[in-house]
Design a protein around this ligand. Sequence first.
Ligand SMILES: C=C(O[C@@H]1C=C(C(=O)O)C=C[C@H]1O)C(=O)O
Length: 431
Amino acid sequence: MSKKIYYTNSELQPVDEKKLIALAPKYDNAFIFQTPEGLRLYSFGSLSQITPGSHENQFTAVSHWKDHLHSLLTPINAAVPPQVVGGFSFSSEQTGKSVWGDLSNGYFFLPKYIVIIENNNFTLITSSFNKTEITQEKIAFISQLSVITISNRQLSNAIVAKKELNVDKWAAAVAKTTKLIKETDLKKVVLARNLQIELAHKPELCLLWQRLQFTQPNTYHILLKQKELLFLSATPERFAKFGATYFETAAVAGTTRRGDTALEDKQLGNILLADKKNRSEQQFVVNEINSSLKKAGLVTHHPMEPILLKNKNVQHLFTPIKGTGSYNLFSLLDSLHPTPALGGLPRKKALLQIDKIEPFMRGLFGAPIGHISFDGTGELAVGIRSGIISGTTAFLFAGAGIVTDSMPETEVAETRMKFNPILNILKEDNE
Ligand SMILES: C=C(O[C@@H]1C=C(C(=O)O)C=C[C@H]1O)C(=O)O
C-alpha cells in the first residue's frame, strides 16, 4: 500500500460522550482509551492495520509499519497528526489457537476517525486515502454522532456460569516455582490464571463502559474492539508516557487488599510498605526499568522509596520513574517489555517457566496498550485487570509475582481480587 493518506482536523462541539461509546459497535475496529488524569481518545474505523506474526519481533514490525504510514501522511489544514492505536502482545513466542483470534500477537490500526478530549476541548482527526472526499467523510461522522441515540435500556444480563480454571493445579505450580526460585538463580516469576464467564446475553458495551467509569475511578479505562472481540482493561499501571525527549514509566508491584475502614486501609498500606517480600518484589522492577532506561541513553530520576497506589479493589507499591534525553522509542519498548512486574527475573528464564505452567495464551494481557502519535508522543498502559469477551463468553486474567517466600493460598486470593475490576462490570448490580 503506498497511496497517500490525507488528514484534517476540526474542533467539535462538546457532546455527551455516551454517544461516542455508542458509535463503537458500528465499526469493526474501535479503540477507546481514558487515562487516570482525564485524557480521552475515541477512535473508529481503520485505514491500515497490523497483526505481527508469531516469532516476529512485534516492536520492529509495528515500528516499520508506522514509519511507512508516516511517509504517506499529508496534512490538509491540520496541526494535529493522527495516531496509531492498539496493543502489543505479551509474547510473540506463544502460539496455538486461542480466544484472542486476530489479537493473539498484538494488533494496531490507523483509525479513520479519532476524537481527542483534553480539558473539555474536542478535536476530531479524520484520515482518508481520498483527498476530494475527506471533507464529506468528516461531515458524515459529525452527523452520525449527532443522530446516534444512547440506549437507556438496562438489558438485564446475568452470569450463568463462572469457572476458575485449574485453581489447585495453579496453586501447586506456585509452590513448585518458589522451590525453583530457592534452588536456582531465578528470582521472580509472575504467574497468571484465568476465570471463564458465561453470560446469558452478549454484553452491552455502553453499559460495561459506564460501570467501568463508576466502579474504577482512578485507573485507565481501555476498550479495543476488533469485529466480535472486545478487550477491556481497568489497569492502574502505566507502561509509558512519552515524547521525543522524555519517557515516563512506573514500577508497580506488591499487592494487598483495601481496608473496610479508613484506619484498616491505612494499616494494610503501612504493612505493605514495610513488608520485606513485597518490597524486594517491587525493587526488582525498579532496578530493571532503571537499567533499561539508562541503556537506552536516558538520564533517570525516581524517588528512593515507593508510595502506595490505591484502587478500588487493591493497593500496590508504586515508584514513578522518569527518563530524559533522546532515545529510540520502539527499541526501548522492546527492551522493557515484559518488565519483572509482569514477566519476572531473569526475564528469559521467567518466561520459560510461565510458558511451562500456563495452559493459555496471554494475548494482550500484561502487554503495552495505547496510542502512539506521528508527532512522537503517546501513552501505553499495561493491559492488566483485563478480559477478552467473545459473544457471551469472557476470559478474565490475573497474575501475581512469585518470589522465594510466596504462599500459594495468598497468591490465589490475590489473583481472585485482581479479577474483580472486570468481573464486577459483567455482573448484574444485584448479584
Ligand atoms: C499481574 C498483575 O499485576 C501485577 C503484579 C503485581 C503483584 O505481583 O503484586 C502488582 C501489580 C501488577 O504489576 C495482574 O493484575 O494481573
